[in-house]
Design a protein around this ligand. Structure first.
Ligand code: PEP
Length: 250
């Protein structure tokens, strides 16, 4: 494990109505979060100001799900890291596999966005992960290396980064990695950082797991030495379930 607090992120993706978001905030605020755990919720951009103002800041922080690679300017439809910071949104998820797959985000582009967000003062949840085909053809470590190397090539300071290992085959599928599968990759990533960045970054960096984490499977995964938290999609939309996950680390 690392030195930092356990980290649980909730990625609400493109979900939520005024009424469902209001209800989810109420449910979350009614729950408790242990002092050993940092919990961050990522609603859509349109819901972010409401959630940021109403979610209990003593227990939860908020995150965006993406940001633009450049600053303010003529980039119609994009949201800058500067605008997020100005709205007191201090976290951003970057490199999510859905954006890599559906929006064509390359390793280089994700790395540029990580640099931009960090330079602007945001903290970053940087997502990496292999597809089933890559895993089955023996390319998993090569793919993960390339995703990390692109980011490591552009940033020096990892103190505001959380790395989310999210095997694509486990995202939204109900097929969770076994605790041993997650631990194998997390240990590999920890060693990658020791070898390619520095032993101190390897020791302090949180490497969290994402992919079909739910209220039932979270406690087994949380026992694994190198699993420092979770990024949660589907189950983060259910207040009581997400609170169970936020309390998974003893
Ligand atoms: C995600 O999209 O980051 C994710 C882990 O989704 P789910 O929990 O639904 O698999």
């Amino acid at each position: 494990g690392c030195d930092g607090k356990f980290f649980v992120g909730g990625n609400w993706k493109s979900n939520g109505t005024k009424s469902s978001v209001t209800k989810l905030v109420e449910e979350l605020n009614a729950g408790s979060v242990p002092s050993n755990t940092e919990v961050v919720c990522a609603p859509t951009f349109v819901h972010l100001p409401y959630v940021s103002e109403t979610l209990d800041a003593g227990k939860f922080q908020v995150s965006a799900q993406n940001c633009w690679v450049e600053g303010y300017g003529a980039y119609t439809g994009e949201i800058t890291a500067e605008a997020l910071g100005d709205m007191s949104v201090n976290w951003v998820i970057l490199g999510h596999s859905e954006r890599r797959a559906l929006n064509g985000e390359t390793n280089e582009f994700v790395a540029d966005k990580c640099k931009k967000a960090l330079d602007t003062g945001l903290s970053v949840i940087a997502c990496i992960g292999e597809t089933l085909e890559q895993r089955e053809s023996g390319k998993m470590f090569e793919v993960l290396d390339a995703q990390l190397a692109a980011i490591a090539g552009k940033i020096d300071d990892w103190s505001s980064v959380v790395v989310a290992y999210e095997p694509v085959w486990a995202i939204g599928t109900g097929v969770v990695a076994t605790p041993d599968q997650a631990q194998e990759v997390h240990a590999y990533l920890r060693k990658w950082f020791a070898d390619n960045v520095s032993p101190s970054v390897s020791k302090s960096l949180r490497v969290i797991y994402g992919g079909s984490v739910n209220a039932e499977n979270c406690s087994d995964l949380a026992t694994k030495e190198d699993v420092d938290g979770f990024l949660v999609g589907g189950a983060s939309l259910k207040g009581p379930d997400f609170l169970v996950i936020a309390n998974a680390f003893e």
